[in-house]
Ligand binder design. Sequence first.
Ligand code: HPA
Length: 379
Amino acid sequence: MPTMADVARSAGVSVATVSHVLNDTRPVLPHTRQAVLEAVDALGYTPNTLARSLVTSRTRSIGLAVSAISNPYFTEILQGVEATALDAGYSLLIADPHDDPAHERKVVQLLHERRVDGMIVAPSANPQDLVAYLGRHAVPTVLLDRVLPTGDRPTSAPHLDQPSPDQPCFDQVCAENTGPTARLVTHLAGLGHRRIGLVAGLAGLSTTSERITGYRQALAAAGLGHDEALVVSGNSESAAAERATAALLSLPAPPTALVTANNAMTIGALRALRRLGLAVPDDMALCCFDDFVWADLFSPRLTAIAQPSREIGAQAVRVLLDRLAAPDRPARTVRLPCTFVHRTSCGCPEDRDEAQGPRPDGPGGRTEPSALSEKGTAS
Ligand code: HPA
């Protein structure tokens, strides 16, 4: 393997000059720079990042631990993380904790042992061990999608209510959940529905509790009573949502409209409806949290909340890089607004103009930034 010294000898310059050219650490005369790059090319030199890491104690790598990587929501997040990290000169090490607390703790330790400079983690519903590990080892970390309470939000994880040495405050990046879910419920109530069901996600995730809060707030605002029987758990996945939807439909007074709290659960709910021979929207109106590329290919086309998934990933990297640059800065939570994509599964008629085809930038539908999103970014 050619070394930097070989490059220096071949270009007739010092090793320091080679280093300045390759790392852009000091201006170098154009013809000298050219000679170095030609020597690099001719010798087939590649920098030894391991050797550099030993000197700098930095690996210029980020560990990413997100579950359900095959879910389009998380795949798009991954794309945002990857592109932004690459732009900043960082590579990624990726792990899937499978939403299992023990596995989560293990993969995060493995990433840490590989000496990633920082981590981006979508925590499981029981992240105590994870949080303790990250805190104990002071790993610069951004929590993604599922956030820990910062004191200003309701949560179904009361054991995490108070920050403690074991639960340090983390930087966090997520989407708005409460307002956008309320937007769906308000829309259905406006169409005259009085019994609106919710297929909710996995208990213990902030996304689940915030979406339930949004559902309840909108029912109250519409003057509709709250019937606990209309909220069922789909565990954030399709099969459980299918069972939960079937249970809702077998109630003595079933709902006339459904809100599904993520894309996987929308699929499950649609399966249950089809099995029972029920048509959307005539027998059951449907509004979904999560838009995805096929959402306007369903018949009817799905009225949905679109999350800024790619931007969530990109923003998580930016927040992590800020943290690496200024380790003592106060932790912050960044919440990104969602978009209401109005199609026809809610029971609204097809808009001729909309039916012409998809928007250039995504699935067709009339979009409207979620009016209820509280702020683009917040501390
Ligand atoms: N969180 C938020 N949105 C989602 C998820 C999740 O875990 N899965 C699918 N959409």
